[in-house]
Design a protein around this ligand. Structure first.
Ligand code: ZN
Length: 312
């Protein structure tokens, strides 16, 4: 297993975030839970129908979060893949919904439609040949044929690429596949989805500052604890990097480390997945809490804003 597992970002208003990703972008809400380290706030998970690794974008929505500033040492853009012929549909939808977008551009031969979410998070849709053959999930508004199929990948803005490239290739098995201007493209081996990491090398640029609209961290896939353990060993022995102890995130188990370019990386297991505490048919419907927070459910529910009125 390799490639991206999930991307986690910071948002402002939770209701606005929920409406944008479920209604406007048509992602499935696969888990409604809280930030385990700050249980008075939500943690939202969006993805495909079952929440497969490589489709999961998650948010810590903090009402009133100050906006971040994009810069070096951060994720610069998060891209989803759609069928090539769907880019026209999405451009039209962005116009209708008043979503800020930029002109279509070409990167590494692919058509890219950059846009931003309500917090200014830098996103893009990439038209990918063959994506039309992957199953799409419809929210009832975006037709399944045009649905987002999962991540295309992320772009990291770094002062220098070399050490980060070493981690990508040696620990995660990525390969450098192309260069274009100041951007180096890495891909996970095989046909892994959500498998692209572009490093945009921008020596001397201003450092980024995290806030609303910033990516908080990027998680890479490990099949299970054993594979995660091997990756951790390589980080220590080959790169002098020391990941955290494993933390149980209920839907996956994670270790974290700061990669040499400054971006927070996570290694998350594919198991047990999002159907561990509710059936696929009703993913995202109920507030799910880890065992240690169940006793505080009433108190937690009282402080979280309701999403119900925003669904209409
Ligand atoms: Zn994470």
């Amino acid at each position: 297993m390799s490639g991206l597992h999930h991307v986690t970002a910071i948002a402002g208003d939770p209701i606005r975030n929920f409406a944008f990703y479920t209604r406007d972008l048509g992602l499935r809400f696969v888990k409604k839970t809280v930030n385990f380290d700050d249980p008075g706030t939500y943690h939202f998970y969006y993805g495909d129908e079952t929440g497969r690794p490589g489709t999961i974008l998650t948010f810590f929505p903090w009402a009133g979060a100050p906006a971040g500033r994009r810069g070096v040492g951060e994720t610069h853009q998060t891209a989803f893949r759609v069928p090539q012929r769907s880019l026209g549909y999405w451009t039209q939808r962005f116009i209708e919904k008043g979503i800020a977008y930029e002109a279509l551009e070409k990167r590494f031969g692919e058509s890219v439609l950059p846009f931003t979410d309500p917090d200014g998070m830098a996103l893009a849709l990439v038209g990918v040949p063959g994506a039309e053959n992957e199953p799409g999930w419809s929210n009832g508004e975006v037709p399944a044929e045009h649905a987002i199929r999962g991540f295309h990948g992320v772009t990291l803005l770094l002062d220098s690429a070399a050490k980060t490239a070493g981690v990508l290739t040696d620990v995660f098995g990525f390969e450098e596949t192309a260069r274009e201007g100041s951007v180096i493209r890495f891909k996970a081996p095989g046909d892994a989805e959500g498998s692209v990491v572009d490093i945009y090398e921008a020596k001397g640029f201003l450092r980024g500052h995290q806030g609303g609209g910033s990516v908080h961290h990027i998680a890479f896939r490990a099949a299970d604890d054993a594979e995660q353990g091997k990756m951790a060993q390589r980080l220590v022995s080959n790169h002098g990097l020391h990941p955290t102890e494993q933390r149980d995130r209920n839907y996956f188990r994670s270790i974290y480390f700061r990669e040499p370019g400054g971006v927070l990386f996570e290694i998350a297991t594919d198991i047990p997945g999002f159907a561990v505490d509710e059936p696929v048919a009703t993913l995202g419907r109920d507030l799910k809490l880890p065992g240690f927070l169940e006793q505080h459910r009433k108190q937690i529910e009282d402080v979280l804003p309701s999403l119900e009125e925003s669904v209409s």
